[in-house]
Design a protein around this ligand. Sequence first.
Ligand code: AP5
Length: 215
Amino acid sequence: MAILNFVFLGPPGAGKGTQAEIIAKKHGLVKISTGDILREAVKNGTELGKLADGYMKRGELVPDEIMLGLIEEQLANIDKGFILDGFPRTVKQAEGLDELLQKKQLPLKAVILLDVPDEEIVKRLSARRVCPNCGAVYNLLYNPPKNDEICDVCGTKLVQRKDDNPETIKRRLDVYHKQTAPLIDYYRAKELLVKIDGTGKPEAITEAIEEVIFK
Ligand code: AP5
């Protein structure tokens, strides 16, 4: 059977979530977004949510042990190809993931790096709006809803994510460059890294990713 397990890597706002959603739906893969799982946990006030909330508000990473436990749980009964969106984010997480995937005999096909410069990230994240009800993601500059800040899908008033303010965006970018960017060399050394230009139209980026999937 073809191996269709991927990691989507890139700075905050690079479009990992947008592309993972499209590709997973189109190709019958499971999207595992650690950011979405953590936000849901915060919303529901679970133990995980209480633990993660402060880190997320500050734009810092939730500790590796917690994240590795969460991913192990997510992959426990997986029976389809998957996209990991936002995981791993540190070398320790990547090493833990390698061990887990080896144990389960689930090799990665590729690590897709969405490359977007910092200035564009700040612009995109400041204009992102999300639906608190159905989770749809919009952008006031690039992909606005039809009616002013109202979700096209379910009609709910859109909100801004708590970590999409200028100060936290800057912190998240710093954290990315210091703690997550070393994964680029980590996966390059394993010959898994595929760098894709994350600027330009989302459809063109989807096509570039699909070329990797079917290679
Ligand atoms: P997480 O939710 O993963 O946030 P992130 O990595 O900062 O990524 P984003 O969701 O902000 O961006 P994205 O790349 O998915 O872009 P999107 O498609 O939305 O994590 C949040 C927090 O949780 C972390 O800070 C941390 O605290 C914690 N966490 C999560 N995982 C963790 C881990 N593994 N370890 C430790 N802590 C963890 O697009 C962004 C915007 O741009 C949208 O408005 C979209 O419409 C627009 N857009 C998308 N594509 C394009 C395009 N081609 N052109 C123009 N606009 C576009």
